[in-house]
Design a protein around this ligand. Structure first.
Ligand code: NAP
Ligand code: GDD
Length: 345
């Protein structure tokens, strides 16, 4: 049985990749950060199976800022594949905490690569690089497009990308870098624009919120569906030769278009609810990201399976469903409390 070690397994991509690898017969080891509150929502359903179905999934405390924890895990687990998905991944937040972002995203990648090298493992390595590295480069962006990052996050990712290439060239590491364009899902973090929109409109539809505050509606992104993208990560590590690949849909839309489609799906008029708030504008914006993923299609045989319209529908329906269930759950709770029965211990 192959073993995989993931940083960022509690995040959007980490949760889908964990499911994907388990379904493919892997033993999966995930690194999670110590947090004062629970941070395993996205993988709790998998962890429940560990006890009931003996799913080979193991969680370990660790942190990309802590080299010794990374080295210990690599030494003890001896994985065949390492996926480095851990990151302070919010672009706007990276302007507020640039040093921490660089520590986790840039130096963290170096720590992990160096731990692999020093352990002498012959494992394959995946680096979660980002289209943010292209920044202001003219679209469409492909592997040969010169990078011009526009945020501390983009700059840190560019270091992570470059050091991955460097370890491949210097030490012959089987290290590949996926330059992934934006990908979303119902598990997307609540402060990224797509999820912020779908979550807010579900609350508006259910009458528990009235306004949605947004920044720049004119930015264009190439948005795909996250489960498709974790398949691309795995495909990269199955190649004989490590390489870099751009992954995206080849179609770009503005934030405004996402808002319009999402509100239309929910049967609401977005103009009645959306308010532009300068607080959400960034010191430097990335205006237009559009992937040319010819290489990934040709060499990996990778194709996206979900269109932009379908993605919006999936996310809107999931958030509507979640809010409705929360409201129903709250009403049940009120009814039980009124009847003198409490579900809380
Ligand atoms: P995400 O949902 O924000 O997940 C980030 C993960 O990193 C979480 O598990 C988080 O843990 C973990 N993490 C944060 N700081 C860490 C630290 N100091 N040490 C170890 N782990 C840490 O991000 P995502 O959307 O799944 O993206 C996965 C990766 O792909 C990231 O590296 C991201 O930058 C990159 N990427 C994403 C996209 C996209 O559109 N989604 C596109 C290109 C590249 P907690 O759960 O405890 O916060
Ligand atoms: N987050 C957010 N919140 N973004 C907003 C808002 C808002 O209220 N209003 C407008 N936007 C615009 C941002 O200015 C940006 O142009 C666009 O919406 C997308 O923002 P995000 O969803 O935060 O994603 P991102 O493109 O900055 O970064 C994501 O994609 C990268 C790949 O290109 C993240 O997942 C990164 O980790 C990833 O590397």
């Amino acid at each position: 049985m192959k073993k995989a070690l993931l940083t960022g397994c509690t995040g959007q991509d980490g949760s889908y990749l964990t499911e994907f690898l388990l379904a493919g017969g892997y033993e999966v080891h995930g690194i999670k950060r110590r947090s004062s509150s629970l941070n395993t929502d996205r993988i709790d359903h998998i962890y429940r199976d560990v006890h009931e179905c003996r799913t080979p999934f193991f969680l370990h405390y660790g942190d990309l800022t802590d080299a010794s924890s990374l080295a210990t895990m690599l030494h003890d687990i001896r994985p065949d594949e390492v996926y480095n998905l851990g990151a302070q991944s919010h672009v706007k937040v990276s302007f507020d905490i640039p040093e921490y972002t660089a520590d986790v995203v840039a130096t963290g990648t170096l720590r992990l690569l160096e731990a692999v090298r020093r352990t002498g493992l012959k494992c394959r390595f995946y680096q979660a690089s980002s289209s943010e590295m292209f920044g202001s480069a003219a679209p469409p962006q492909r592997e040969s497009t010169p990078f011009h990052p526009r945020s501390p996050y983009g700059c840190a990712k560019l270091f992570g990308h470059s050091i991955t290439v460097n370890y491949r060239e210097s030490y012959g590491a089987h290290a590949s870098s996926g330059i992934l364009f934006n990908h979303e899902s119902p598990r997307r973090g609540e402060t990224f624009v797509t999820r912020k929109i779908t979550r807010a409109l579900a609350r508006i539809k259910c009458g528990i919120q009235s306004k949605l505050y947004l920044g720049n509606l004119e930015a264009r992104r190439d948005w795909g569906y996250a489960p498709d993208y974790v398949r691309a990560m795995w495909l990269m590590l199955q190649q004989d030769t490590p390489d870099d690949y751009v992954v995206g849909t080849g179609e770009a839309h503005t934030v405004r278009e996402f808002v319009e489609l999402a509100f239309e799906r929910a049967g609401l008029d977005w103009k009645e609810h959306v308010v532009i708030d300068p607080a959400y504008f960034r010191p430097a914006e990335v205006d237009f990201l559009l992937a040319d993923c010819t290489k990934a299609r040709r060499e990996l045989g990778w194709e996206p399976t979900v269109t932009f319209r379908e993605l919006v529908r999936i996310m809107v329906d999931a958030d509507l469903d979640q809010v409705e269930r929360q409201i129903a759950g709250g009403l049940d709770e009120l009814r039980r409390a009124a009847a003198g029965v409490s579900t809380r211990a």
